[in-house]
Design a protein around this ligand. Structure first.
Ligand code: PEP
Length: 258
């Protein structure tokens, strides 16, 4: 089955207004990638509207988080309808920094993803084990629990023709410069795909599974060379548009970018 790759940049709590505008200009100047690829950028909520308006039409914008309720007394949070209204079309759910610093449980993440999907956003469900969990040989059990809570929403996304997306981001590889090897990442992606297929025949084959964790221009080609790796969620190396464009070009073999 052919799955369109996704190259996504998670800016986290970085960049200011002028950086967002300059970034969009750099992408527009580079022109569209000469290959089938979904390009998505995840700015802070303050700049969602700006980014969505400024980006060239081949680069989508998404939110780094989304609330599970459709509105109400949730100070500081952002509703899926507001994200959509700002011009964004994607939303992350369960990034490890949300799980770690905001205590999000697997059920919280599934509810967020469900709200995003029901509102018309494409949810990207993030999963990943810590170093301690890997060392205790608990990786598959942890991932099964994280993915397990979200299976229904992934199946619903697939059924709705939106296409389910999972991001495998080992916590020990995020922001550390220690990317998972292609072998380790591919083994986990294969495991996730089999788990999805067990839940619903074909779901694992159609779901796009991204790798995230210290992806850069030096390691992206080896990682995406693995058939189970459908693209990347990139933090640090997405902050500079030249670096992000280079990763798009190297990962897709396209002529666009610098
Ligand atoms: C991330 O935060 O999603 C991420 C993968 O970060 P980095 O690429 O910096 O490791």
């Amino acid at each position: 089955m052919t799955r369109t790759p996704i190259i996504a940049g998670n800016w986290k709590m970085n960049l200011l207004r002028e950086d967002v505008s300059a970034y969009a200009e750099a992408l527009a100047d580079a022109g569209p990638p000469g290959a089938q690829v979904d390009v998505v950028l995840f700015p802070t909520p303050v700049y969602l509207e700006l980014a969505a308006a400024a980006m060239p039409d081949w680069a989508a914008v998404g939110a780094q988080d989304v609330h599970a309720e459709d509105g109400g007394a949730y100070t500081g949070d952002v509703a899926a309808a507001q994200i959509l209204d700002a011009g964004a079309s994607w939303a992350l759910a369960g990034h490890s920094e949300r799980r770690q610093y905001h205590g999000e449980s697997n059920d919280d993440v599934a509810r967020k993803a469900r709200r995003a999907l029901d509102t018309g956003l494409i949810p990207v469900i993030c999963v990943g084990e810590t170093l301690e969990q890997r060392q205790r040989d608990e990786t598959e059990a942890i991932l099964d629990a994280q993915l397990g809570a979200a299976l229904e929403v992934l199946a619903a996304a697939d059924g709705a023709g939106i296409g389910a997306v999972v991001a495998y981001e080992p916590v020990w590889a995020i922001g550390t410069g220690l990317s998972a090897s292609p072998e380790i990442a591919a083994a986990v992606h294969g495991h996730l795909r089999r788990r999805l297929n067990r839940h619903q025949a074909g779901l694992g084959d159609s779901t796009r599974i991204l790798y995230g964790g210290s992806v850069n221009a030096d390691n992206c080609r080896d990682l995406i060379g693995r058939s189970d790796i459908d693209g990347f969620l990139i933090g640090g190396a997405s902050l500079d548009p030249a670096s992000f464009l280079r990763i798009i070009r190297l990962s897709t073999g396209s002529a666009g970018g610098s």
